[in-house]
Design a protein around this ligand. Sequence first.
Ligand SMILES: *[C@@H]1O[C@H](CO)[C@@H](O)[C@H](O)[C@H]1NC(C)=O
Ligand SMILES: *[C@@H]1O[C@H](CO)[C@@H](O)[C@H](O)[C@H]1NC(C)=O
Ligand SMILES: *[C@@H]1O[C@H](CO)[C@@H](O)[C@H](O)[C@H]1NC(C)=O
Ligand SMILES: *[C@@H]1O[C@H](CO)[C@@H](O)[C@H](O)[C@H]1NC(C)=O
Length: 431
Amino acid sequence: MAKRKITLFLYTLILSLSVVSLAVAVRLTPVLQTQEKLSIKRPTFNQIFDTSKYGILQLNNGLAQTPQMGWNSWNFFACNIDETVIKETADALISTGLADLGYVYVNIDDCWCPTRNFEGQLVPDPIAFPSGIKALADYIHGKGLKLGIYSDAGAFTCQVRPGSLYHESDDAKLFASWGVDYLKYDNCYNLGIPPKERYPPMREALNVSGRTIFYSICEWGVDDPALWAGKLGNSWRTTDDINDSWASMTAIADLNDKWAAYAGPGGWNDPDMLEVGNGGMTYQEYRSHFSIWALMKAPLLIGCDVRNMTAETFEIVSNEEVIAVNQDPLGVQGRKVNVSGPDGCYQVWAGPLSGDRWAVVLWNRCSKANTITATWEALGLKSGVSVSVRDLWQHKEVAVDAVSSFGAQVDAHDCRMYMFTPHTTSLRNIA
Ligand SMILES: *[C@@H]1O[C@H](CO)[C@@H](O)[C@H](O)[C@H]1NC(C)=O
Ligand SMILES: *[C@@H]1O[C@H](CO)[C@@H](O)[C@H](O)[C@H]1NC(C)=O
Ligand SMILES: *[C@@H]1O[C@H](CO)[C@@H](O)[C@H](O)[C@H]1NC(C)=O
Ligand SMILES: *[C@@H]1O[C@H](CO)[C@@H](O)[C@H](O)[C@H]1NC(C)=O
């Protein structure tokens, strides 16, 4: 029995791998102006913002042209979910205006499904989800939002509910029949089978289901998914789970930074969901969390109770100028470009945007306020270039003609985030 399953599995794998190579051959061209495409290929630019892998790893399902935005139940609710919470969250995304800002995925995480029935079909918890997932999807769709669900590339989910390993085709068909728009696919109880073998069958099954479903690979960065998952998924986790602490958030930002060259329209590095609003960090720390996630082109999946946000939480997650950096069509992941000070805690993070603009974050990871300076050298700008500087948290122009460097005082664990707009051609060493 087990042997037959494995043979079948290998056969499916070979089949799906050949489909994958086909998919790569006909991949989408990233939505870019020709000129921008050229400029990100210039060698001097690539010394700082390596984009050599940009756009080469794309799942051709038309999704994720910009990082996904929405909400996920796990960080705040864990297993305490039911259809009322999900519906009220959808209502709150609409009434707060967050949906209009782009937060459209309403994603149910683990614990929605305790069992399979005699036919082997997943059955939603009859107490928590008495109306079923199809009815919930209809409700969410009725609001113009999208529904996400969760399963696992293993025998069980992390909370020991049924996993989808060897049930990929049936489960994908069921999700599609319910109108599911997004699948987060976790990595627990994986029987020691390598991720590169467990994640392709679900990619194939979702594709064959005929419904366009966002495939969010949650492999925790174990097998360096940036190197291969772009052919399979629309995003791939690069790290272990985040928790609601400064230590976790900063460590994860650094780990995710390593894979910046691999992100691009169609597939994104995923440093995990937002903790903004859950209480474990200060306002300044949450503002840094949100700014860096936006700059890194991370998925912006709110992880708090959006039915009950403080004004500060709302201010952070609703910052349109910061969201615009995340959703910029150029889709190049911003990264750490300079560190100085004790333990390298004065940091400059930056990334190019469409329209020859730059997003720049001055991030103070020390415990005392300090001035942090971004040099044009570190950003890859020609030294004589003059830029106007807009502060994306103060929502105002703070300099009209900065030349060669720009610095500001930054509070402990806080950041400042700017948009730089050069007045002339900005790239270095171009005659
Ligand atoms: C399935 O994959 C093919 C080839 O990559 C793609 O063109 C098509 O849009 C995909 N269909 C779905 C439903 O994802
Ligand atoms: C949160 O993550 C940090 C950094 O990885 C770790 O040191 C800490 O133990 C974690 N806290 C909890 C409660 O898991
Ligand atoms: C709303 O959040 C506050 C903390 O910000 C908490 O004290 C309160 O219990 C929450 N209310 C509900 C109804 O969850
Ligand atoms: C990095 O920042 C430090 C401190 O501001 C500065 O001395 C150094 O020149 C910067 N490096 C580059 C390459 O700009």
